[in-house]
Design a protein around this ligand. Structure first.
Ligand SMILES: C[S@@+](CC[C@H](N)C(=O)[O-])C[C@H]1O[C@@H](n2cnc3c(N)ncnc32)[C@H](O)[C@@H]1O
Length: 188
């Protein structure tokens, strides 16, 4: 993974802030790279819940986890992340990872959308433990448009500073709508 890649930074920050043995959520499973990172972070005592609405994503992720010998650490859930409260209780997750958009190499029309993503982020913040963190890779432009990123950033700006720290990063010198890595820390 290149050091300039958005997923690289999200993984680095998650690994540096979250310890093993807890509960972790991959809200957008896709090809399973984030699920794999969370399974490794979880260690043998931890568990990962991973969501996607496409069977193809579950199949690819299952193969990847099997290849790396960590399949038993994850529950792969064919459901939208906007329903994550059906699978995880309030303040039960140490980390939640969102990587919005469409499945790379898949159908670009099947992608995350502003309304359901906002609902999922709101629910995720309730599910996050105090002291836990959320990472979000936000995309814009092209098939994705700008609405989802704009609305999620608006939502995060309204979070009370006494309870959350929100850090929005930018690829400052990059043209053509670069991704935006965002980290939300829920204060202990
Ligand atoms: C950019 S990909 C995720 C990349 C992935 N984390 C990886 O490591 O390869 C976005 C994924 O979000 C999924 N998705 C779209 N809407 C969703 C929803 N409501 N709930 C959960 N996943 C959704 C898409 O099917 C797609 O696989």
């Amino acid at each position: 993974m290149r050091q300039s890649q958005v997923t690289y930074w999200c993984h680095e920050i998650l690994r540096s802030q979250v310890s093993a043995g807890g509960c972790y959520i991959d809200a957008t499973m896709g090809k399973g790279n984030d699920t794999l990172m969370l399974c490794r972070l979880a260690g043998e005592a931890g568990k990962v819940l991973a969501f996607d609405i496409q069977k193809e994503a579950l199949q690819m992720t299952e193969r990847l986890l099997l290849e790396h010998g960590v399949r038993e650490r994850a529950e792969l859930i064919l459901d939208g992340h906007e329903h994550m409260e059906r699978y995880a209780g309030k303040e039960s997750a140490d980390a939640i990872c969102f990587n919005f958009g469409y499945l790379p190499g898949g159908d670009h029309r099947i992608a995350t959308s502003a309304e359901s993503s906002m609902e999922a982020v709101r629910k995720g913040l309730e599910i996050l433990k105090r002291g836990g963190m959320m990472s979000l890779c936000l995309y814009s432009g092209g098939d994705t448009g700008f609405e989802e990123k704009r609305k999620i950033l608006e939502l995060l700006k309204e979070l009370p500073a006494r309870e959350y720290t929100v850090i929005v990063n930018s690829y400052y010198n990059r043209e053509n709508c670069p991704p935006t890595p965002v980290f939300v820390f829920k204060d202990p």
